[in-house]
Design a protein around this ligand. Structure first.
Ligand code: HEC
Length: 177
């Protein structure tokens, strides 16, 4: 029963995000609304991300590196909350809440595949060949250039009969052509 009350109470008190209610209680007097000191409003997570004079007050996933925590521990001055003591466990609670926030996706690195995808196609260079008469369209030049590079000559053009036989064999799935 006792555990049940604790669970209900903590859900009511902290809501989905334990960070905002905690900050409101400890720091709200000076960091809410338009009068937010140091330009830092704690009205929403977005406001904390935007931060005050010195940039983002929190870095999701990195509590100890967040300004909020650094001003509470005194690593950065002035120590917060200004002029009043900090509730026991507040630093740990704020650090843990920030650590639990999903880290922001890293700035997208250059993605080679994506680059390739967005590349505007340009016409390639048709390779030069020794024979010229054999070429009927530019693709033939690529085939011939490769054959010439390997010291081979193109086979004579197949007769219509031979072509038909090959098509028939292909469509039946015959191996020998
Ligand atoms: C009594 C008023 C007061 C309270 C309460 C208070 N602060 Fe501040 N806070 C200030 C003032 C004033 C500044 C600006 C200090 C400066 O620029 O020198 C400030 C600045 C900050 C900054 C730096 C913002 C920036 O970008 O420069 C952080 C972070 C901060 N407070 C966190 C907190 C936290 C966390 C709490 C609660 C645990 C808290 N403050 C409670 C008055 C307060």
């Amino acid at each position: 029963m006792r555990l049940c009350i604790v669970v209900v109470f903590s859900t009511l008190a902290w809501g989905q995000d334990p960070l905002l209610p905690l900050l409101k209680q400890q720091c709200g007097g000076c960091h809410t609304g338009s009068q937010a000191q140091g330009g830092l409003s704690m009205d929403s997570i977005d406001a904390l991300r935007k931060g005050g004079k010195h940039g983002p007050a929190l870095t999701p996933g990195a509590g100890a590196q967040s300004l909020l925590v650094q001003h509470m521990t005194g690593e950065k001055t002035p120590r917060m909350p200004l002029g009043s003591p900090l509730a026991a466990g507040a630093i740990e609670a704020v650090t843990a809440a920030i650590n639990a926030m999903p880290a922001m996706p890293a700035v997208a690195k250059k993605d080679a595949h994506f680059d390739w995808l967005l590349r505007v196609p340009t016409a390639g260079q048709v390779p030069p060949t020794k024979r010229t008469g054999w070429i009927k369209n530019p693709i033939d030049a690529f085939v011939l250039a490769n054959l010439e590079k390997q010291g081979m000559t193109p086979a004579a053009e197949a007769s219509r009969r031979a072509l038909l036989r090959r098509i028939a064999a292909h469509s039946r799935g015959d191996a020998g052509l």
